[in-house]
Design a protein around this ligand. Structure first.
Ligand code: AHR
Length: 497
């Protein structure tokens, strides 16, 4: 049994945990958008609301989903928004392309459908624009179509298609991974292209928040150096982080278990480095948020590249993978870092929302189930929109990579405190005592664990990994303790009676 002692420092707030840090990503890739979310074109007896699966909508509403990025990913740089408006029967059928997949795309899920879904979920929409095969004019037209209150031809088209009021979409990505699938640009060339796009987009809607495509450190340095004196055109710098070193999706060994958690832990350092690069480039004069607009685990079974894919890859690649308790713990490890970096991280979108990669919801025909990652995010619900507080580890065991076996994130809620604890240790339980200056006197806890970290849910066994109640004991004064089994995650909400 590991003994851990933690102190929540209620007097040193880090910043607000923006709902945007709990964003999601829906790409027209595999069965994410078509089939997972949208069944408008095939209904087949599955209950739906306006073409979107009712069971999926319900699950996502409960999560919640404060932000949703669409339509790609690599798909975005082939997407022409005009294909997805107007009567469905008149929409063209195109080659849907992303990540080496080619499918027939009937464009039945377009702008109005996506924005209807966002309204139903209470999600802020984030549209990824096409730079790779598009033009500044095409993206300006999409922005005008969505947001203009002036009765132009485009705004009247929007009204004729069912939305007289402007949608007011704030977040606009200027391309996606333009260092790779989005056009194979070098950083200075893309930077100049970005300045051109952003200049024209700002004329159409000065209040739009524009996201420039970042990458690894060297690209980000060059990109921002080239943008130089035009930095006022950048609101967010996009970075992506996939964890690929965790071995097989389910039958992983101990070393792979820790390798995945270690990679998830290192995401915070990537965000910190990116913040330093932004600071250096702007002399601290312009606040550019870091948009981690794709993150999560990408197992070798679901990709044709990278470590392990030669052994375990499934052909054809569907981008679907198993989701286990280990993946849920990895997500929680990353979220801890997001809270600590909430003063520089402006958004984070888990990839992807349904069926693909680290999905929170899976579907198979009429069946739907929630993944362990869904439950991990749901356990973080009390933190959304609250104030992040630092947690000091006074005593505890370290893992081989130097990270703590037991770690925590805490926040001040409207009526108390919320604490999420992770016992990362694969086989040792932990006795955890945490203290805070002004703890309210009532506590409720929920825990997510399973007999083994390889456990997951399925259509046949949808609740194998699901939260249960955790006993929380008050030690007197401002100190509480809980016992955590190995590989577990728990949230404790403290409120005054
Ligand atoms: O999420 C899958 C793919 O990963 C996206 O299309 C791309 O942006 C990234 O490489």
């Amino acid at each position: 049994m590991n003994d851990s002692r933690l102190t929540i420092r209620t007097n040193s707030p880090i910043g607000t945990i923006s709902p945007r840090l709990y964003g999601h990503f829906a790409e027209h890739l595999g069965r994410c958008c078509y089939d997972g979310l949208w069944i408008g074109h095939q209904r087949g007896g599955i209950p739906h609301e306006q073409g979107f699966r009712s069971d999926v909508i319900q699950a996502l509403r409960a999560l919640p989903v404060p932000l949703l990025r669409w339509p790609g990913g690599c798909y975005a740089d082939h997407y022409h928004w005009r294909d997805g408006i107007g009567p469905a029967a008149e929409r063209p059928s195109r080659l849907g392309m992303s990540c080496d997949l080619q499918v027939e795309d009937d464009n039945s899920l377009g702008t109005h459908e996506f924005l209807w879904l966002c309204a139903q979920l209470g999600a802020e929409p984030y549209l990824a624009g096409n730079v790779g095969s598009g033009s500044p004019q095409e993206l300006c037209d999409w922005l005008e179509y969505c947001n203009s209150a002036v009765p132009t031809t485009l705004a009247r088209m929007r009204a004729a298609n069912g939305s007289p009021a402007p949608f007011g979409v704030k977040l606009w990505g200027v391309g996606n991974e333009n260092w790779g699938c989005g056009g194979n640009y070098d950083a200075p060339t893309y930077a100049r292209e970005y300045v051109r796009y952003a200049t024209m987009l700002r004329h159409v809607d000065p209040s739009a928040e524009l996201v420039v495509c970042g990458h690894e450190d060297a690209w980000n340095v060059e990109l921002l150096a080239t943008i130089g004196s035009r930095m006022q055109l950048v609101d967010h710098l996009s970075i992506h982080r996939y964890w690929i070193n965790g071995g097989p999706e389910t039958e992983f060994d101990e070393a792979s278990y820790y390798a995945l958690l270690s990679e998830a832990h290192a995401t915070e350092a990537f965000v910190q480095r990116t913040a330093e690069i932004i600071d250096d480039a702007t002399g601290g004069q312009r606040r550019i948020g870091i948009a981690l607009d794709e993150w999560g685990v990408w197992h070798p079974e679901a990709r044709a590249w990278g470590p392990g894919s030669d052994i375990t890859r499934r052909a054809p690649t569907t981008y679907e993978q198993a989701n286990t308790l280990r993946d849920a713990l990895a997500a929680a490890v990353a979220l801890e870092g997001f809270h600590r970096q909430c003063h520089v991280l402006s958004m984070a979108n888990l990839a992807q929302i349904v069926n693909v990669l680290q999905a929170v919801v899976m579907t198979d025909g009429a069946q739907m189930w929630l993944t362990p990652t869904y439950h991990a995010l749901r356990l973080h619900l009390p933190h959304i929109g609250t104030t992040a507080l630092p947690v000091t580890i006074e005593q505890g065991t370290s893992l081989a990579d130097g990270s703590p076996a037991v770690s925590a994130t805490a926040s001040r809620t409207s009526d108390g405190l919320a604490v999420t604890l992770i016992n990362r240790h694969i086989d040792q339980p932990a006795a955890v005592r945490f203290t805070c200056d002004d703890a309210p006197d009532q506590a409720v806890g929920e825990i997510l664990t399973a007999d083994r970290p390889q456990a997951g849910n399925s259509a046949a066994d949808p609740n194998r990994v699901a939260p249960t109640t955790l006993t929380v004991n008050r030690d007197g004064g401002n100190s509480w303790h809980v016992d955590l089994p190995p590989h577990s995650l728990a949230t404790i909400v403290l409120r005054s009676a």
